[in-house]
Write a protein that binds this ligand. Structure first.
Ligand SMILES: [Zn+2]
Length: 81
């Protein structure tokens, strides 16, 4: 019962994705965007609070100037648009 990665990618190309997807879908999405290894390696930081992004604390991801940005799942970071 997994969502179509193609559809998720389509959404992603248009706007940011909140983590309304199941973890499994999130991992598939990251994998399909070739981001999974980088996230696991701790390469990304939250755009708001600068904490390290992990699989567990991804709040949202979005595209800015062709770069993938992440926010963690703290309420303050999620609410800061
Ligand atoms: Zn944060």
């Amino acid at each position: 019962m997994r969502k179509s990665i193609k559809y998720i990618k389509h959404l992603f190309s248009r706007s940011k994705i909140q983590k309304a997807v199941y973890d499994e879908d999130l991992i598939s999405l990251l994998e399909s965007l070739s981001l999974l290894d980088s996230v696991k390696a701790g390469y990304y930081k939250c755009e708001e609070c600068n904490c390290k992004i992990t699989i567990e604390n991804i709040g949202s991801l979005f595209k800015r100037k062709n770069e993938i940005k992440f926010k963690c799942n703290k309420i303050d970071c999620m609410n800061n648009q």
